[in-house]
Design a protein around this ligand. Structure first.
Ligand SMILES: NC(=O)c1ccc[n+]([C@@H]2O[C@H](COP(=O)([O-])OP(=O)(O)OC[C@H]3O[C@@H](n4cnc5c(N)ncnc54)[C@H](O)[C@@H]3O)[C@@H](O)[C@H]2O)c1
Ligand SMILES: O=C(O)C[C@H](O)C(=O)O
Ligand SMILES: [Mg+2]
Length: 564
């Protein structure tokens, strides 16, 4: 790849130090002699003209000099805030090495330490106090033509609970993947943090904490604020995709239900997670010649992710030919107090439809009020176990061994993030099942050597889904994101599984394949959107062309000057 793209020149009114301080435009030492003259840069840069490849070499050398993941993260974020093209070029060249640094697990530390490691502004911090001037706030965004917004209120960041303003780290991380893996130009990507306070006492008492120093506002105030935000976005960027990220359980589903038919939005933790998990389950079932509809599925954590996945699993089982009632009878949701049944008090409405009938478990033996995870393993003998509890260590040795007794090749997905919240490590699961297991985790884990075999560990993370959905929506100008579009993303992912296709290799494609996979997801998802009348009518060649045209690559463009 050359360091300057063949694209037409970009006209800009910026010059001098303002140009160097604009991360979307800054090329640093790669500004050519002509550009340095035209843009008043003489003397502001070391004299040697460098290619982007040379800049990447230096940046990588510096990156390597940091020995902790968080310091590497801070370093990469500094490059992002200084020169976005260089940041994405560096990432493109070292994707597998750097994704765990800009995304899970390190992004979890970055959220927890957000105020301590804060260096410079990015995105929009919209506090409750700004609620009557939201149009002004949105007008201040450095990005003018926003197409994707990742918004959080920081109340449930990964499995780390309420991180207040630190949630901004996750919005930034998700959008970095939109660009690195889905080709969405960084010029179109806006991270947003809605600061309504925090209930995290540690943060409230931390003198460094940069967010509103108050408890979270009450529900009525919250709902009104979020609605004002959504309406302001609709006025400013009517076609933008809004991705809800890491909202806590009481708000995640209600917000999705309130807005999903009105604006182009989705909840990543409910729908993105469901899409990636069903896709990975389909691949896992196919690789052992089984059908998903034949399986009993146990979830540990009946929250946004667990219930979102469970509903999609049920849809998939029905699509395979069993009745909905039968499919529901094969789902076991376990939360803090054990199995959810129709006698469990205080269930949320989205949990109720997933509760087991107490009549179905009358012949089970268990000692507490509701069956525990171990009871469910012994009595239901499931083929699939999914962890989305955010609680480390819940898949204990007795639990995994009990599961193995009832199933020759269990499918076990401890999906909680970041790595330290995982329900069991891959190494433990492989040891306790004597290697007869299909495993995927939410955060990255190194391959595990067991009995002379090396087990690659698939990362079942919604990052396989959202970049492609975003690209497909942008290319086809889809108005909404439907369940059918998400199901299509699952199918596309499952079809790309090396293990299911060839009997060996990873359960999911490597992250280095993500750009190609995202284009495929974009294409298939856009076709479904068109069939549903939700998008532009394009023939296949035109759609393909739109996807390519919208796929931004980290290459410098030539600049020409316009007068201010
Ligand atoms: N891999 C992925 O792509 C992915 C996507 C989304 C969420 N997640 C992870 O899943 C976890 C949960 O996310 P969520 O959005 O569903 O959160 P959530 O808060 O909505 O749900 C978590 C649920 O776990 C339950 N729980 C807590 N302790 C438990 C215990 N000891 N036993 C059983 N259940 C228990 C809680 O009561 C809650 O209902 C997080 O760690 C998150 O990082 C992973
Ligand atoms: O952020 C991730 O890595 C996945 C998911 O959205 C989560 O909340 O854990
Ligand atoms: Mg999330």
């Amino acid at each position: 790849m050359s360091s300057s793209s063949k694209k037409s020149p970009l006209y800009t009114a910026y010059s001098g130090s303002a140009l160097l301080e604009t991360p979307l435009l800054n090329k640093g030492s790669a500004f050519t002699a002509d550009e340095r003259l035209a843009f008043n840069l003489a003397g502001l840069l070391p004299p040697r003209y460098e290619t982007i490849e040379e800049q990447v070499s230096r940046a990588y050398m510096q990156y390597k000099s940091f020995d902790t993941a968080i310091n590497k993260h801070i370093y990469l974020r500094a490059i992002q805030d200084n020169n976005e093209t260089l940041f994405y070029r560096l990432l493109q060249q070292h994707l597998e090495e750097m994704i765990p640094i800009i995304y899970t697990p390190t992004v979890g530390d970055a959220c927890e330490q957000f105020s301590d490691i804060y260096r410079s502004a990015r995105g929009l911090f919209i506090s409750y106090q700004d609620r009557h001037q939201l149009d002004d706030v949105l007008r201040n965004a450095t990005k003018r033509k926003v197409k994707v917004i990742v918004v959080t209120d920081g109340e449930r960041v990964l499995g780390l609970g309420d991180q207040g303003i630190g949630g901004m780290g996750i919005s930034i991380g998700k959008l970095s993947l939109y660009t690195a893996c889905g080709g969405i130009s960084p010029a179109y990507a806006l991270p947003v943090m809605l600061d309504v306070g925090t209930n995290n006492e540690k943060l409230l008492n931390d003198p460094m904490y940069m967010g509103l120093r108050q408890k979270r506002v009450n529900q009525a105030e919250y709902d009104e604020f979020v609605d004002l935000f959504i309406q302001a976005v609709k006025r400013r960027w009517p076609d933008a995709i809004i991705q809800f990220e890491d909202f806590a359980q009481p708000n995640a589903m209600p917000l999705l239900q309130r807005y999903r038919d009105k604006i182009c939005c989705f909840n990543d933790d409910i729908q993105g997670t469901a899409a990636v998990t069903v896709g990975t389950l389909l691949a896992a079932c196919r690789s052992k010649n089984a059908k998903l509809s034949e399986q009993k599925v146990v979830f540990v954590g009946a929250g946004s992710a667990g219930c979102g996945i469970a509903e999609q699993v049920i849809s998939q089982m029905v699509a395979e030919g069993i009745s909905e009632a039968q499919a529901r009878s094969q789902i076991y949701m376990i939360d803090r107090f054990g199995l959810l049944t129709d006698t469990t008090p205080g269930l949320r409405d989205f949990q109720q439809a997933l509760a087991q009938s107490s009549a179905a478990i009358t012949d089970w033996s268990y000692s507490s009020e509701f069956p525990s995870l171990l009871d469910v393993m012994n009595c239901a003998q499931p083929g699939i176990l999914i962890g989305v509890s955010g609680q480390a260590g819940l898949f204990t040795e007795p639990v995994v061994r009990a599961m193995k007794k009832g199933c020759a090749m269990p499918i076990i997905f401890p999906l909680s993030n970041p790595s330290r919240q995982v329900e069991a490590t891959p190494e433990q699961v492989i040891n306790w099942t004597e290697g007869d297991v299909i495993i995927a985790t939410g955060s990255p884990f190194a391959p595990v050597a067991y009995n002379g075999r090396l087990y690659p560990i698939a990362q079942c993370n919604n990052s396989y889904i959202f970049p492609g959905i975003g690209l497909g929506v942008i290319a086809s100008k889809a108005r909404l994101i439907s369940d059918e579009m998400l199901r299509e993303a699952s199918k596309t992912l499952a079809a790309a599984s090396p293990k299911a296709n060839n009997g060996e290799g990873g359960l999911l494609p490597a992250f280095t394949e993500l750009s190609a996979l995202s284009k495929q997801i974009a294409f298939n998802v856009a076709k479904v959107a068109m069939q549903q009348g939700l998008a532009l009518e394009l023939d296949d060649a035109m759609l393909q062309q739109k996807i390519e045209d919208n796929f931004w690559l980290p290459q410098y463009r030539h600049y020409k000057r316009v007068s201010a």
